[in-house]
Design a protein around this ligand. Structure first.
Ligand SMILES: CC(=O)N[C@@H](CCC[C@H](N)C(=O)O)C(=O)O
Length: 382
């Protein structure tokens, strides 16, 4: 069965309703398997890695394989409360496919359904990957050894949706496509006390306010303005009630840089700033930095040239050269282990990625399937 555009849209809307957080994608996993099970099985071999139970690997055996081409889709969602008002909105409270992974999965299923009926020349390995938004699912998969024997790609491809590009357009570039990131966790430990007696307490809200403002100077004052970097602190938690001084503040954020050197430079400066605050406010500032697998996404030059040339020469595809973006992706880790290409698929929307109103244009799904399918067939001829 080759999934039609209408069937793919129905699948996407179902996936949209059942978003799940990193490593907890069990319902998504079961639904994906239920679709995969309906496909013609003659060329398929399915593996569920025990050590990463929400992942799925599907090998499509080639007729005359020279190589195994990997295609990866991420399957997790974000802790965002959906505000699209769509009839098929998320049924899971405070979780949403706000990064478009429902679109990614659906394109992968569209491709898989095509190749399950039309045996590819080369082997094709579809990797439904948990935990892209956090927990470094790509790195975990690699380190747990799930790419083994025939389930090991020689080259790897994957897409990310992009609301700023027209529906179905393909965006890419040679070199760095996405930034590397470091997850930042800061625990500021002072002393709680009565709001009326600050002299007997050590207020972590005041120290954290100062810390947050000082962190803002790292990008503006400490790094070369010609280079790029970002620090966003997306979560701050402190206190329990207005009249108790907060003895603990938790700050969570993310650092982004287009090179590993830049990320490490920002990491170092952040350590210094935390130490300075600890000393000046006489409290403990515990800093934890974790890059996990969110390495810069470096596209392989030769494969990317082939990819771009195919897309540019295909009259059905609108190809757009895109600049590097500060989004992170643990596909960066996999591209450091296997040569390959990450690219954007335009989904044309006014809302940004990670926003509660993200509404990707569903026309992008079939256009994405057709563009990638064409490229994969072309790649197998060379
Ligand atoms: C495409 C996208 O939005 N990816 C996420 C990846 C998260 C990286 C990591 N967990 C971090 O927050 O540092 C992004 O936020 O860019």
């Amino acid at each position: 069965m080759i999934l039609s555009e209408a069937e793919l849209i129905e699948i996407r809307q179902h996936l949209h309703q059942i978003p799940e957080l990193a490593l907890k994608e069990f319902q998504t996993h079961d639904y994906l398997l239920s679709i995969i099970d309906q496909l013609k099985q003659d060329y398929l071999e399915i593996e569920i890695p025990q050590k990463l139970p929400t992942a799925i690997l599907v090998l499509v055996k080639g007729s005359n394989p020279k190589r195994t081409i990997g295609y990866r889709t991420d399957i997790d969602a974000l802790p965002v409360t959906e505000k699209t008002g769509l009839s098929y909105s998320s049924k899971h409270s405070n979780i949403m496919h706000a990064c478009g992974h429902d679109i990614h999965m659906t394109v992968a299923l569209g491709l898989l359904s095509y190749f399950s009926e039309n045996q590819p020349k080369d082997n094709l390995l579809f990797f439904f990957q948990p935990a892209e938004e956090s927990e470094s699912g790509g790195k975990k998969a690699y380190e747990l050894g799930i790419f083994h024997d025939q389930f090991k790609p020689d080259e790897f491809y994957g897409l990310h949706d992009n609301p700023n590009l027209p529906a179905g357009a393909i965006g890419c570039r040679i070199g760095t496509l996405f930034a590397g990131t470091t997850e930042v966790n800061i625990d500021v430990n002072g002393k709680s006390g009565h709001a009326a007696f600050p002299q007997n307490a050590n207020d972590t809200v005041v120290a954290s306010a100062s810390l947050i403002m000082q962190i803002q100077t790292i990008i503006s004052r400490s790094i070369d303005p010609i280079q790029s970097g970002v620090i966003t602190l997306g979560k701050v938690e402190a206190g329990t009630i207005r009249n108790v001084i907060a003895g603990h503040t938790r700050i969570e954020g993310t650092i982004r840089g287009l090179t590993q050197k830049m990320i490490l430079e920002i990491d170092d400066r952040l350590r210094d700033v935390c130490q300075g605050i600890a000393r000046s406010y006489n409290m403990e500032v515990k800093l934890e930095l974790n890059q996990g697998g969110y390495w810069p996404v470096e596209n392989d030059p030769e494969l990317t040239k082939k990819f771009i040339s195919y897309m540019k020469n295909n009259p059905e595809v609108k190809y757009i050269e895109t600049p590097p973006a500060m989004t992170g992706e643990d596909f960066g880790f996999l591209l450091a282990k296997f040569p390959g290409v990450m690219f954007w698929l335009g989904v044309e929307d006014d809302s940004e990625l990670h926003s509660a109103t993200l509404t990707p244009n569903e026309k992008s799904i079939m256009r994405g399937v057709d563009a990638v399918k064409g490229f994969l067939i072309d790649r197998m001829e060379n």
